[in-house]
Design a protein around this ligand. Sequence first.
Ligand code: SF4
Length: 315
Amino acid sequence: MAGRALAHSEALAVLQAPDDELLAVLDAAFRVRRQHFGRKVNLHVIRNARSGGCSEDCAFCSQSAVSSAPIEQYPLQSADELVAGARAAADVGAVKYCIVTSGRRPSAQVLAVVCAAARRIVPELPIRLCVSLGALSAEQARELKAAGVARYNHNLETAQRFFPQICSTHTWEERVATVRCARAAGLEACCGGILGLGETLDDRVDLALALRELQVEAIPVNLFNPRPGTPLAGRGKMLPMESLKALAMFRLVNPTAELRAAGGREACLGQLQPLALFAVNSIFTQGYLTTPGQGPSRDLAMLAEAGFEVGQIEG
Ligand code: SF4
C-alpha cells in the first residue's frame, strides 16, 4: 500500500498460500486494486484480424506452425472490417479495441492496413486502440504511433528461464526488445503471459517481476486452457484457486498496472470467476482470439452482481 516493491520470496508466498488463506490473499490484492482503480473494470475487445498460419512454434497456441487445432483460418481482414469491429466494441462499452494478427512480425501490407484502420478509428470512435502484430522494428513502432495507436501488445508469455521449453523459433529476449521498442516510440506497453504451461511457481514470480522491471502499463494474464491439436493438448488447465492466487500475486507485484484476466477466464475460473475482479481491473469481453467467452451481457451482469462498475475512457 505504501508503494514498496514486493520481494521474490513475498510474491512466492502468495502463490504458496494454503487454499484456506485464499480470501486473505484476495483481500490484500483488493486493497491495492481499490487504492489505484476503485471498483472500475475496463472492458477490452480483442479482434483476430488474421487467424492461423503463424510461422512460430509456441506450444500452447492453436495458430502456430506446429498446431493442427481445428480453428477458423483466414487472411488479413480489410480496414473496413477492422473499423466495423471497433464500432461494435465501442457499442458494448469497451475502452480498448485490440487488433491482433498471427505471425512473427508484420509485413508492410499488414502495417499499412492496420494504420489505415487506425487513422479512421481514432478520430471517429470513442475507443482507444491497441495493436498486437508480433515483433516490431523502431520504424514500424513509429508508424503505428503516428497513425494514432495508443498501445502495443507483445507478451513475454512466461519466465525467461522457461521460455525455451515453449518456443524454439524466437527468444524471450527478442520479445523484451519489441516491448522496449514500442515504448521508445511513445506507445504504451501491454505485456503479459500465460500461466499453467508447466512453469514453476518461481517462474510465475519471475514473469511478474520482469513485467515490473519493464514498467508495462497493462498486463494480460492468460490462464492455460489446453487446445486440442497443440503440443500441450494433454496438459491440464489452470485450476480456479491457483489462478486466483496468481492474479493476486500479479496485482501485488504490479500495483499500478492495468491487470487483465485474459484468455481462459471462464474456462479456468469456473464458478469462482467473479472473485478475479478483486485482483484485476480489466477483462476481455466478446471472447478471445480462437475461443469464445461468455459474452458482454453475462460479463456486465457479473460485474453488477459483484458490485463493480464499467470503466470509462479517461482524459
Ligand atoms: S503465440 Fe503468436 S507468435 Fe506464437 S505461434 Fe501463436 S500467433 Fe504465432
